[in-house]
Design a binder for this molecule. Structure first.
Ligand code: COA
Length: 183
C-alpha cells in the first residue's frame, strides 16, 4: 500500500532506486547529520542491503517521491514493537529538495500511517544535538523533546549529545483537533 501526503508518496524501495541510496550513503554532508557508523559504501553493498528488505518486516523502509514522480528522499519506520506500540522514525531529503517542506510532509504522513494503520502509540527519533534542521522539523510536526544523552556521538573530533524526541497518539489526536497539523 502506498502512503500518500499532499505532495509526496512513500512507496517500497525498488532496485532502480539504489543509486540514490548509494549517493546519500556516501554524501559527507548528509551522513554528518545522521546517527550510525559510516564508511564508504559501494553499490554492491547497497544491493546486498536491498536483498534484506522484506515487506512483512518490523523495519519498514520507503523511497519518497514528489507529485512529479521524482525521487526526493527516503524514510523509515524501524524497530516496530507491536507489543508496546512503539517504533522509531528516520528520513533523508535529498539536498536539492531540502527547505521546501518535504520533510514535514514525510513526518506527518508516516506518523499518520503509524497511528491510524499500524495502531502504534508512540513514535520516537534521535537527533545529533547540532542538527538544527531536524530539530526544527520535528518541532514543526508537534514532537516533544524528552531529553539529551550526553556525549553520545563522536563527530569531527568532538563529542555531541543525542536528543530524544517523540510524539504520542493522544498528542497527535489533539493536534488534529486543534488544527495544528492536518490529517
Ligand atoms: C532534516 C531534513 C530531513 C529536513 O528536510 P526538509 O525537507 O528540508 O524539511 P522542511 O523543508 O520541512 O524544513 C524543516 C526545517 O529545516 C529547516 N531547514 C531546511 N534546510 C535547511 C538548511 N539547509 N539549513 C538550515 N535549516 C534548514 C527549515 O527551515 C525548517 O525549519 P523552520 O520551519 O524552522 O524554518 C533534511 O534536512 C535532511 O535530510 N537532512 C540530512 C539527514 C537528516 O538530518 N535526517 C534526519 C535525521 S533525524
Amino acid at each position: 500500500m502506498l502512503i500518500t501526503g499532499n505532495k509526496i508518496t512513500l512507496r517500497a524501495v525498488e532496485n532502480a532506486d539504489l543509486v540514490h541510496f548509494h549517493q546519500w550513503a556516501n554524501d559527507p554532508d548528509i551522513q554528518y547529520m545522521l546517527g550510525g557508523w559510516h564508511f564508504p559504501t559501494n553499490l554492491n553493498d547497497q544491493e546486498k542491503w536491498f536483498q534484506t528488505l522484506n515487506c512483512n518486516s518490523l523495519n519498514q523502509r520507503f523511497t519518497v517521491t514528489n507529485n512529479d514522480g521524482v525521487i526526493i528522499g527516503m524514510a523509515n519506520l524501524v524497530n516496530i514493537n507491536f507489543k508496546d506500540g512503539n517504533a522509531e522514525l528516520g528520513l533523508i531529503v535529498d539536498k536539492r529538495f531540502q527547505g521546501l517542506g518535504y520533510g514535514k510532509e514525510i513526518v506527518l504522513s508516516l506518523v499518520k500511517y503509524a497511528f491510524n494503520e499500524l495502531r502504534l502509540n508512540r513514535i520516537e527519533t534521535t537527533v545529533i544535538a547540532y542538527n538544527q534542521p531536524s530539530l526544527s522539523l520535528f518541532a514543526n510536526c508537534g514532537w516533544t523533546k524528552e531529553g539529551e544523552l550526553r556525549d553520545w556521538y563522536y563527530r569531527k573530533g568532538n563529542y555531541h549529545n543525542k536528543v530524544v524526541l517523540s510524539i504520542l497518539h493522544k498528542e497527535y489526536a489533539t493536534y488534529l483537533q486543534d488544527g495544528k497539523i492536518y490529517s
